[in-house]
Design a protein around this ligand. Structure first.
Ligand code: F6R
Length: 261
């Protein structure tokens, strides 16, 4: 795991954008980008939009797969993840909407759709870089505590904690969907690069457990310790409880110095 601790949310988002753009540049003939919703990656998406508008960053050969979607919300529902992605990224860049994939929470046969989603990822050549946030209970995508670390794309029942966390986006808690389609932990682990982002003091404890604690299905993000190419980018507040903070900063400085040689 490479750990980057940045001063604040803005610097965290800029670093994340640098990483995404560098990887996009390595694979100009077709880049497969895995995306997350939630508040954490919004700054990254803003920076990508800015780079598209100011610097001509080209998304015409980018294919995207989102991690998850609520069941029973149509793509044009303002609280659906599809709507969120349109609003926060896709409507502002030159991506071909044919190359955009978000699980369909309205699919008649949800299980068949989950299998098809996995096949679409495979047919696209797999995900080159997967953007991830971490939930208050340590989840990645909607893989709540206790999810199998080998799980695949499937329908999950959301925990009460996640339902409460998400209630801020709905008029009242009864409107929050109780199920979601989510890529599994095993599906996420197949991405060539995982980019986990975290900001704010609220994430400090769980992030320390995910990065430095034992690997456990209780904190599904902890399995990223087994991934050969994971980068974790956080702000100071989210990194506050890491034991090896100084070491990570030292490694970043030394790696930068090596690149300049
Ligand atoms: C969303 C997703 C979730 C979020 C996580 C953190 O697509 O996969 O795992 O990344 O719940 O959410 P925020 O960023 O709102 O704190």
């Amino acid at each position: 795991m490479q750990v980057f601790i940045k001063k604040d949310y803005e610097e965290m988002s800029q670093k994340a954008a640098e990483i995404v753009v560098e990887e996009m540049g390595r694979k100009k003939d077709g880049f497969v980008l895995g995306l997350a919703t939630g508040s954490t990656p919004v700054g990254l998406y803003k920076e990508l939009i800015r780079m598209h508008k100011d610097e001509g960053l080209d998304f015409s050969r980018v294919t995207t797969f989102n991690l998850d979607e609520y069941c029973s919300l149509a793509p044009d529902h303002p609280q659906s993840y599809h709507y969120f992605m349109d609003d926060n990224l896709f409507n502002h860049i030159n991506i071909d909407k044919k190359n955009v994939h978000v699980p369909d929470g309205m699919a008649k046969d949800l299980e068949a759709h989950c299998r098809e989603y996995e096949k679409m990822i495979r047919d696209a050549g797999g995900i080159d870089l997967q953007v991830l946030g971490i939930g208050g209970d340590g989840h990645i995508a909607f893989n709540e505590p206790g999810s199998s670390l080998g799980s695949r794309t499937r329908v999950k029942t959301l925990t009460e904690e996640t339902i409460k966390d998400n209630a801020r986006f709905f008029k009242n808690i009864d409107e929050v969907p109780k199920y979601a389609i989510t890529m599994g932990v095993g599906s996420v682990m197949e991405a060539k690069i995982c980019l986990l982002l975290a900001n704010g003091a609220k994430k400090a404890e769980v992030l320390a457990k995910a990065v430095e604690g034992p690997i456990t299905a209780e904190i599904t993000a902890s399995v990223l310790q087994m991934h050969p190419n994971t980068m974790v980018v956080m702000d100071e507040a989210a990194g506050a409880k890491l034991k090896r903070k100084d070491y990570y900063k030292h490694v970043e400085k030394m790696t930068d110095a090596l690149k300049k040689k």
